[in-house]
Design a protein around this ligand. Structure first.
Ligand code: SAM
Length: 348
């Protein structure tokens, strides 16, 4: 997918409006840049009041397979402003939010038996080791910060230095933020953004428990970041972009908040072949980090389209062994793989 000048201008106009609303705000749970957060009360017994069946059909959300496929491909950008597209994006985000609310409440895993939230509390450590984290990394963060939801180790490619400002897109329980906090030190700052209120609460509890003074968590959507322009040195993200129904906006927002010479250090699931419609349209595969993966060539086009340079997307073929376990008996490893995504915002 390639953005025309007209589409790019539209995104930039939209972001200017959003920026006026969000810049510099430090959001609190329930009072932030999330327009559609459903803050349904959590039952006292910890059960989700509005559970999502694991193999729910997209039609349960009022969306068709082809709409989902279109949103996932990022075609919504071409029709930005049409109510039907905006609301189907919101429906996708609501399904994702419901899934990760359940993970936050349960402490790990989605109970769906599929996708990136497959880990149980008992095996999050070994899942993380298979992604390249050391036992020291795993042991250094507050208990409950590592939910086993990643698909790579973005900190390993971020080359963080003391004093830097780091932004983590879709920060979950805060695992990568706490590791980054060690690297940037007390003169640096780490900001985690997540759209699931229960995840943000959990990450804030973890920060308090670990006594982190240089980490904060903001509630918000990565398509409308609650972060000021040109304030961030490094954007990290671990297994989140694939979940966005509007990836061009995520990249445009990332570009906006980065300082000149700022960099992207992302681990995510990408597609190396077109996913068949039955996988694309399956909501459990979508919330499980499989069906929303964009083609590598599309990601390159989106990144160049918003202005990034030195774009490097590297497949991590060793990930195919754990991705196979996300959906045993299905052909997903013929289509998706974990990859690192790096890019630079040029300028001074
Ligand atoms: C697969 S988990 C990864 C969490 C974390 N990065 C990790 O590695 O443990 C995805 C996280 O991204 C958040 N998320 C998904 N889509 C999002 C969006 N559009 N905006 C903000 N957060 C999002 C979810 O709430 C969830 O916490």
């Amino acid at each position: 997918m390639k953005m025309t000048d007209n589409e790019l201008t539209k995104v930039q106009d939209l972001l200017r409006t959003k920026k006026e609303r969000y810049c510099g705000e430090k959001s609190a749970v329930g009072a932030s840049g999330v327009e559609d957060a459903e803050e349904k009360p959590t039952r006292e017994d910890g059960c989700d009041p509005d559970p999502v069946p694991s193999t729910v059909s997209p039609s349960a959300y009022g969306i068709t397979d082809s709409q989902i496929a279109k949103e996932i491909r990022g075609d919504s950008l071409k029709t930005e402003g049409r109510l039907s597209d905006v609301s189907s994006n919101d429906k996708v985000r609501q399904a994702v939010r419901q899934q990760y609310r359940r993970v936050a409440i349960a402490d790990a895993g989605c109970d769906t038996g599929s996708g990136c939230c497959d880990a149980s509390l008992a095996n999050v450590g070994s899942v993380s080791q298979s992604l390249g984290y050391t036992t020291d990394d795993i042991g250094s963060v507050p208990l409950g910060a590592n939910l086993g939801l990643g698909c790579g180790n973005p900190e390993a490619i971020a080359h963080l230095s003391p004093g830097e400002t780091v932004l983590d897109l879709g920060s979950g329980g805060g695992f990568d933020c706490f590791l980054a906090a060690r690297k940037v030190g007390t003169s640096g700052q780490v900001i985690g953004v997540d759209m699931t209120p229960e995840m943000v609460s959990k990450a804030r509890d973890n920060a308090e428990q670990g006594g982190y003074r240089n980490v904060e968590f903001r509630l918000g959507e990565i398509e409308s970041l609650p972060v000021a322009d040109r304030t961030v040195d490094v954007i990290m993200s671990n297994c989140v972009l694939n979940l966005s129904p509007d990836k061009p906006r995520v990249f445009a927002e990332a570009y906006r908040v980065l300082k000149p010479q700022g960099r992207l250090a992302i681990s995510d699931i990408v597609a190396f072949a077109e996913l068949p419609e039955d996988i694309r349209g399956n909501m459990a595969f979508y919330t499980g980090c499989i069906a929303g993966a964009s083609l590598i060539s599309e990601i390159e086009t989106m990144l160049h389209g918003v202005g990034f340079a030195q774009v490097r997307i590297a497949r991590k073929d060793e990930s195919l062994s754990f991705i196979r376990d996300w959906a045993p008996g299905t052909p997903i490893t013929d289509y998706v793989v974990s990859a690192t995504i790096e890019a630079i915002k040029l300028g001074n």
